[in-house]
Design a protein around this ligand. Structure first.
Ligand code: DC
Length: 233
């Protein structure tokens, strides 16, 4: 798996709708590989959260993009699937993980100027020895040269169940029926927007995880990755 010194660190992209398992699987993969992990949704969530807190309209592209450009967003070294972020030195807790924050994230993420403001910040996570990048447009826009692109899907019912369990475990008050509606609405907006919509890259491997365990998905993706890296060596 040794890469020549001049080659940029390899990237594995994991895209897909909410609840498809990207976050959990991405973190496990990064742990197994000893690679960095980019939870790009958390960047959009942090921007949406801060916009809301500052009373900025989610449709005000210029002001939200300016906020995104000015905000330094970092992850704690060991961040779990529902952890917060550190924005300009301020710890923002797990409240960025609620469906309401997801809704705000999805709205600000539809603004091309906001996506432009976050593009280089995301690319900066590509560091040695490698990066696992989780999001909606990792394979199509942010890392088009990724060594392996995975697009995870699962049935809407299964995705809602997973989100429900995750949020409940964190003590959030959630209603399953409402969650299904919110997830469907958010995915429809993410897929319909013009700027980097949620869709598989032409060269992505599409994996339906509805009937797969987390361990099976991790195993399958690692096998694909080792095959690709072997071909490159
Ligand atoms: O992955 P997530 O649920 O934390 O993402 C929250 C929202 O952020 C999602 O509904 C759409 C947006 N997003 C995006 O547009 N592009 C990404 N690469 C990641 C997230």
């Amino acid at each position: 798996m040794a890469m020549p010194d001049s080659a940029p660190p390899p990237v594995l992209t994991l895209d897909g709708p909410s609840g498809s398992g990207k976050g959990t699987i991405g973190q496990l993969l990064a742990g197994r590989l000893g690679w960095h992990f980019l939870d790009s949704g958390a960047l959009y969530r942090a921007v949406g959260y801060l916009a809301r807190r500052h009373g900025i309209d989610a449709g005000d592209a210029e002001t939200v993009a300016d906020l995104a450009a000015r905000t330094d967003i970092r992850f704690a070294p060991q961040h779990g699937a529902l952890a917060g972020v550190i924005a300009n030195g301020e710890q923002i807790g797990p409240e960025i993980r609620t469906e309401e924050s997801g809704e705000w994230a999805s709205r600000v993420a539809a603004l091309p100027a906001v996506r432009r403001a976050l593009l280089q910040k995301q690319r900066d996570f590509r560091q040695s020895p490698g990066l696992v990048a989780d999001g909606r447009d990792m394979g199509t826009t942010v890392f088009p040269g990724a060594v392996l692109k995975i697009f995870l899907t699962a049935s809407p019912a299964m995705r809602a169940q997973r989100r429900y369990k995750q949020l409940k475990e964190k003590g959030f008050d959630v209603n399953l029926a409402r969650l299904v509606g919110e997830i469907e609405e958010r995915d429809a907006r993410d897929a319909a927007r013009e700027a980097s919509p949620l869709m598989p890259a032409d060269d992505a491997c599409v994996l339906d995880t509805s009937n797969m365990s987390i361990a099976e998905v991790v195993h399958h993706v690692l096998a694909l990755l080792h095959e690709r890296l072997g071909q490159q060596a």
